[in-house]
Ligand binder design. Structure first.
Ligand code: FAD
Length: 445
């Protein structure tokens, strides 16, 4: 055997990059198969050079990319030599072989697909918002932008897909898909994905979308990042899926490197609605599936509209003006002041989590990470401190006006205009001023 064949590629050792650890818990320690990581008093990892096998598990799991693989100068020399003589028959590592096979498989997948969520033939707007961001992804990858339209008598949604930018729509039109049920819908999507192999699949993070996306990703054995707030393509062509993590304290960017399709869900109003162009046409690919009604376990007996059951009817997610109150409003009754201003502006009242936890307002009004994402023209935040979990739900509003008596409140960093003052004085003054302006206008002054 040639001497060169015996050269082993050095694997290095894991080590902490100073200043980067966020003490997230013991994720790196828990991931180590060799018990090579101990945690110090600050919650940072200490790697044992004797035990570490540089398997990179700690590095991959670290949400703050605080762990790197370190090579000694001697090892670096060997690596440099190996790189120079790339054709040298170095003992190939098993994992490299795997990587080649996987890469070849991944290359079979092409195109960006969006699932068009619909009810009674009317699309959920989030589907078109996804076509907006999908167009950017498709352009970056130089691939087609397509939709999946599934339902009964829903061909009109293919035309609408084209108007919002898709060039192809995969249509499955069958009475089985009249009402949403997980089983037939996820099977239909898996059938289309397995047949046409899109590299990216985007689904709205609505109640229906959350149910569906999880089932599809599980069946396809691929990754899914829920509730993304940003989607882009990196230099290697991978989908970068960014979302808040660790209670919103950091933004994590997740990649699906070894499986396809790369799946992401996005909440309504997070992405910008693309322009509608009814002159833009596309191609409809009609498909059928072998799914039969008799094989589906769940039957829809009756649809009950919960809006008639006294549930909240106000849709803060679609409002153009939101006057939102936080703990600073202090009581349920005090929300009357916010309602008066909202009425003057033709808007609605929203809340941070504080008032929901205190039982002053229903959860349907909550804005933020565990509430709704909103993108109104005007967002007036009153007595809201501006915690990151709140900001992620409203920071893309066109104009943000913050009213807070604490000049150091973080909400001012996100605000277009800030008013440092007592909301119980500022809000009535605003309402009064708007009324006066209206009256003047009516009187032709
Ligand atoms: C996993 C997780 C998910 C979460 N999801 C959400 C979410 O979806 N939405 C959300 O909002 N929060 C969420 N939170 C909670 C969040 O961290 C904050 O606790 C919450 O947003 C604080 O609400 P607040 O700003 O109303 O209250 P506070 O932080 O108590 O702020 C009250 C503010 O009112 C001001 N104020 C008091 N009196 C007056 C006055 N008279 N005039 C003017 N200003 C006054 C104070 O200066 C203060 O800044 C989540 C937390 C976690 C851990």
């Amino acid at each position: 055997m040639d001497e060169q064949k015996k050269i082993k590629k050095p694997r290095g050792l894991a080590r902490l990059i100073p200043g980067k650890c966020i003490a997230c818990g013991d994720r790196c320690q828990a991931s180590c198969p060799k018990d090579a990581i101990a945690m110090n008093d600050k919650g940072e990892p200490i790697v044992s050079a004797e035990k570490c096998i540089a398997c990179r598990k700690c590095m991959k799991i670290c949400p703050a990319t605080a762990i790197e693989i370190y090579f000694t100068p001697e090892e670096q020399k060997i690596l440099a030599e190996l790189a120079k003589e790339a054709k040298t028959p170095v003992e190939a590592e098993e994992s490299d072989k795997d990587t080649d096979t996987i890469a070849a498989k991944l290359r079979e997948y092409k195109g960006v697909w969006v699932f068009v969520e619909q009810m009674d033939g009317k699309a959920a707007e989030v589907s078109w918002e996804l076509l907006g961001v999908g167009a950017n992804l498709a352009k970056a990858r130089n691939v087609e932008l397509c939709t999946m339209v599934i339902g009964e008598k829903v061909e009109n949604l293919c035309q609408e897909s084209f108007a919002y930018g898709a060039s192809k729509a995969y249509l499955i039109d069958n009475p089985i898909f009249n009402h949403y049920r997980t089983e037939p819908y996820y099977k239909a999507i898996c059938y289309l994905v397995n047949k046409y192999k899109p590299e990216i699949v985007l689904i709205g993070a609505t109640g229906l979308g959350r149910d569906l996306a999880g089932a599809v990703a599980t069946e396809l054995r691929t990754g899914l990042t829920a509730d993304c707030t940003n989607l882009s393509i990196d230099e290697k062509g991978l989908l970068l899926q960014t979302r808040p993590a660790f209670g919103g304290n950091i933004m994590a960017t997740i990649m699906t490197e070894r499986t396809r399709p790369q799946m992401a869900s996005v909440r309504p109003h997070v992405m910008t609605m693309p322009k509608k162009d009814t002159s833009h046409k596309g191609e409809i690919i009609r498909e059928t599936t072998a799914i039969k009604e008799d094989d589906i376990l769940v039957k829809v007996l009756e649809l009950i509209d919960n809006r008639k059951q006294g549930a909240e009817e106000i849709d803060i997610a679609g409002a153009e003006v939101i006057v939102a109150g936080g703990r600073g409003v202090k009581s349920k009754e005090n929300f009357r002041i916010l309602q008066e201003l909202a009425d003057e502006l033709g808007g609605v009242v929203g809340v941070s989590r504080g008032p929901v936890e205190s039982g002053w307002m229903p959860v349907e009004r909550q804005v933020g990470q565990t509430g709704k994402t909103v993108r109104p023209k005007i967002y007036i935040a009153c007595g809201i401190s501006g915690a990151i979990q709140h900001l992620v739900g409203m920071q893309d509003s066109d104009v943000i006006i913050a009213v807070n008596q604490d000049g150091n409140a973080p909400i001012f960093e996100a605000a277009t205009y800030g008013i440092i003052g007592d909301l119980f004085e500022v809000l009535p003054a605003m309402t009064k001023h708007i009324r006066e302006l209206r009256a003047k206008k009516r009187n032709g002054a």
